[in-house]
Design a protein around this ligand. Sequence first.
Ligand code: ZN
Length: 248
Amino acid sequence: MLYLLLSDLHANLEAFDAVLHDAEARYPQLDAAACLGDVVGYGADPEAVVRRLQETTKTVIRGNHDKAVALGENLEWFNPAARDATYWTLNQLCTESVDYLRELPRGPRMLNGFQICHGSPLDEDEYLILPSDVEMLAGRLDAGVVFFGHTHVQGGFRMLRGVVTVVPRPDASELETIELEEQAYYILNPGSVGQPRDQDPRAAYAVYDSRNRLFHMHRVAYEFETTQRKILEAGLPERLAFRLAHGR
Ligand code: ZN
């Protein structure tokens, strides 16, 4: 099976559309799509992104921003820009879309032999940034392959007698593939569609080929200037627009 893996869309319609077009062109035989949360928050097109997601992606788990918007949870942990964007987002969404976000299930969820979660398989709000964060998961994983989001950094970790970082791309390539060894555990992030933070402004996504155990990491250039303009016109915090040009 071929799975399209999307995470951290953050109401960025231009990036989401670019990813969908790229994935459809490269993988006409895609079987299913899964989203690892943070559909909204930060960006200027929450309603359009929710609708596009409903049209394209059957399996979706909630992220901390979806929770904040739909349930008012965790707002005390947000920085002022994220909090302002949360209130703005709630005002943009129709009732059905707020209901949709509220009803999104919490991760982790088991799909065909692999797991998806937002932050970590043990805690949806936790950040897996360093190998030491992942070492804590040793002996506590329910699946050999776990996909996570939340950090907005494409790549992740391989665990086998210790944890090493899986470095996605030494260059500006559009595709990097890693072959997953049977005996190791993998905790992998498809990267952020709508607000990358790994010094690469291009939208990120991944495709997992479960039969051949291949993890394909993709980057797609999109017109972030349009997205920036919409964020500024909406009166959202300027920083949310500027960071899109730098991927951080
Ligand atoms: Zn996020």
